[in-house]
Design a protein around this ligand. Structure first.
Ligand code: ZN
Ligand code: FE
Ligand code: FE
Length: 194
């Protein structure tokens, strides 16, 4: 009878998946650096690229702490998220909108990683792989910080600049006409968007 897999096996699977995801990201981030027009965003991506390379090495330390050879297993999730991010770059958006879209794509990546590392830390703790848990927690903290930094950059001007460009040429009169139209309008009638 074949032996059933345990949580330890599932843990190793997740580690291999995440190892591959991080490696995919080290190839995608340079493209995002190139595509960004804001200096702050470019710096953030460059800093996270460096961090990501360290996260790959940290995962190698995790494998070593478990006496396992470091190896990856293709992560379809990360591939999909990266693909969607790349599709944005093929669209002909204005500069700040491109930056806003790059941030949106990057935050999807960070949240995906936060979910992965959150699970890995929790499993490493219950399995009492303390060294692995501590290393994985370090990366989880970095992913959270990277996500927060991206929010700060988006909300620190990029989103507003993109929104201003989107509604450029709408004068006050226009705005008032919109407001009047909305008075007493049923919610269903308010679906028209610019
Ligand atoms: Zn174990
Ligand atoms: Fe990462
Ligand atoms: Fe990350």
């Amino acid at each position: 009878m074949a032996e059933m897999g345990t949580l330890h096996d599932a843990f190793l699977d997740e580690l291999r998946d995440t190892y591959d995801a991080e490696k995919q990201l080290t190839k995608a981030l340079p493209k995002m650096v190139k595509a960004s027009t804001s200096a702050a965003l470019r710096d953030a991506f460059e800093a996270h690229l460096e961090e990501t390379r360290q996260q790959v090495e940290r995962l190698e330390q995790v494998f070593a702490s478990l006496d396992e050879k470091a190896r990856g297993k293709h992560c379809d999730g990360m591939e999909g998220i990266i693909e969607e991010g790349q599709a944005i770059l093929e669209e002909d958006f204005d500069e700040t909108t491109t930056d806003a879209c790059l941030i949106a794509a990057a935050q999807r990546v960070e949240h995906y990683e936060m979910a992965a590392y959150g699970t890995l830390v929790a499993w490493a703790r219950v399995l009492e792989h303390t060294e692995a848990a501590d290393l994985l927690q370090e990366t989880l903290d970095e992913e959270k910080a990277a996500d927060e930094k991206l929010s700060a950059i988006a909300e620190g001007g990029i989103n507003q600049a993109a929104a201003d460009a989107a509604h450029e040429g709408e004068d006050e009169g226009d705005q008032e006409a919109d407001d009047e139209e909305e008075v007493g309008a049923a919610p269903a009638k308010r679906s028209s968007r610019r």
